[in-house]
Design a protein around this ligand. Structure first.
Ligand code: KMH
Ligand code: ZN
Length: 310
């Protein structure tokens, strides 16, 4: 039997684009982000995908100063790979969105591979009470936003970030984004091996069906051959089922409160580490091993934790 790859668990600690603070478990203060990130790493996440939030009201912050209040703490307490989001909010420009990655030169950062509808407006009807004033309108109006990632934006971000040797988490929300990525790879914007995060279940992207996962994987095999590594993120209720399927297909997985506030149907997760513990148990029970941070560094060809600027 062929040797199976180890599974890299990424944990996305606190999303900002599409996750209102409607669970008390979702960290938005710097101390809580640091504490939950460290606990997720201890539970088995080898990569930590990080956004920042305004500690006063949980709104998206793309201010590098906010990141500076938790990045060094996480680095001092864990060996995990730090992956800084360049997603910002649906209202930020690409220049604003890449500012934290430019300042801190992490081992990884996200790179969203196409413009799209990215909506969570149906959530607006599900809650009567909101923790913060901005949330209801932001959520309700998300049916008017375009998540902008034009070819020019991608080229601009890739060119400015290139001197930093950062490995991108290429976020692909639909099959067309794989072709966008292929085009960008062919014109030299990115270096192999590339790391693709297949994303399922965002309203505006491809749906969370196993057929679609197989289709995305087959398409990526055809386009990138051996030049890519891959992982799966299912939004909401699709998180654990699709991560389980991906791990059985030889892929890597992403969990975290950014993408689902739940631990099981209708039950809120207590924290990020609980989701990491759950997927780790599933992966190990089904006969795979999880990758350590250094094994993730090798698999993804990262520059090393000693070459970041925080
Ligand atoms: N939460 C994901 C669906 C980013 O950070 O650049 C989107 C995301 C984007 O992770
Ligand atoms: Zn993110």
């Amino acid at each position: 039997m062929a040797k199976r790859n180890k599974t890299v668990i990424t944990c996305a600690i606190t999303g900002a684009i599409h996750t209102p603070t409607m669970s008390d478990a979702l960290p938005y203060k710097e101390d809580d982000i640091a504490q939950q990130a460290i606990a997720a790493a201890e539970a088995g996440a080898s990569v930590l995908h990080l956004h920042a939030r305004n500690p006063k009201d949980g709104s998206v912050s793309i201010d590098p100063e906010t990141f500076s209040r938790f990045l060094p703490r996480i680095k001092q307490s864990t060996d995990a790979v730090i992956n800084i989001s360049t997603g910002g909010s649906l209202k930020n420009t690409i220049e604003e969105r890449i500012a934290p990655a430019l300042r801190f030169s992490p081992e990884m950062c996200s790179m969203n591979m196409g413009s799209m509808n990215f909506s969570f407006h149906p959530l607006a009807g599900r809650y009567d009470e909101w923790k913060f004033d901005w949330e209801k309108d932001y959520v309700a109006n998300s049916d008017t936003y375009i998540f902008r990632n034009t070819f020019a934006d991608i080229k601009n971000a890739a060119t400015q970030l290139a001197p930093h040797g950062i490995k991108f988490e290429h976020e692909c929300y639909d099959v067309g984004h794989l072709y966008n990525l292929k085009f960008c790879l062919d014109i030299g914007l990115f270096k192999a091996p590339i790391f693709i995060q297949f994303i399922f279940g965002i309203l505006g992207g491809i749906g969370p069906d196993v057929d679609n996962l197989i289709f995305m994987k087959r398409t990526a095999d055809r386009l990138f051959g051996d030049d890519y590594r891959w992982s799966v993120l299912g939004a909401g209720g699709a998180q654990m089922p699709l991560a389980t399927t991906a791990s059985q297909m030889g892929g890597n997985v992403r969990v975290g409160l950014e993408d689902s506030l739940f631990i099981s149907r209708g039950k809120l997760a207590e924290n990020n580490a609980q989701q990491v513990t759950k997927i780790r148990r599933i992966v190990e029970d089904l006969g795979c091993e999880i990758a350590s941070p250094d094994e993730a560094r090798e698999m993804l060809a990262l520059k090393g934790g000693d070459r970041v600027e925080f």
